[in-house]
Design a binder for this molecule. Sequence first.
Ligand code: ADP
Length: 248
Amino acid sequence: MSVTTTAPTLLLDDVTKDFATGTRALTGVSLSISRGEFVSVVGPSGCGKSTLLRLASGLEDVSYGTLAVDAAVTSFVFQDPTLLEWRSAQKNVELVGELAGLPAAERAQRARDALALVGLDGFEKQHPRQLSGGMRMRVSIARALVAEPQLALFDEPFGALDEITRLKMQTELQKIFQLKSFAALFITHSISEAVYLSSRVLVMSGRPGRIVDDIELPWSYPRPPELRYEPEFGRIAGHISKALEENS
Ligand code: ADP
């Protein structure tokens, strides 16, 4: 019998991050995320959530401990869609293929496919100012997914959206996640968003951030929007809320 082991897509072992200012942002953080896992992080403001994402993306180095990424492509989605105003939705997404040197026809097809994936077929020619906030975020997600990442990092992507749009985006993101099966690290302030989207939720303490709770969610994907009204959903959200209060 042969046993196959695959390395986690993102692995942190006992990571501490100190900034040159003397601020210790994170301490003793260990976590492992593999493809097909959607891990959200909730924690009080300033506890080091964004720092964790920046470490995972390689924008910052760890001070102590180890961090390993096993992904040919890592994508980042920010709260601000950061689109180029003078380019259409299609051309914003195509930019990734342009920078990678893909032939024009191939990058155009990939961009169309990615826009269709996020429900924007028919809007390819629109410019960012002609799109709603939710649609701009869809373009941003399409741009992140067009390169077929193994690791996708999300820094509060739905934080600036109105509640209805936000719920819709959550429903769509977990469907896309089921289709594409990347490894996801998702930062949010919303406990219900974390519970709805994730296979695991990590709760962080106040600064310096440590992981104080690690909750596995029992539901498979895709998840119906009505899951949010289930008693088990409420029970888990309540548990996370309590863990946050006790560790802030
Ligand atoms: P969160 O995303 O949880 O709100 P951050 O990761 O942005 O928290 O910040 C964690 C702590 O690290 C904060 O006290 C912040 O001021 C500090 N910090 C973040 N980035 C830097 C930096 N480049 N230099 C110095 N301190 C920083």
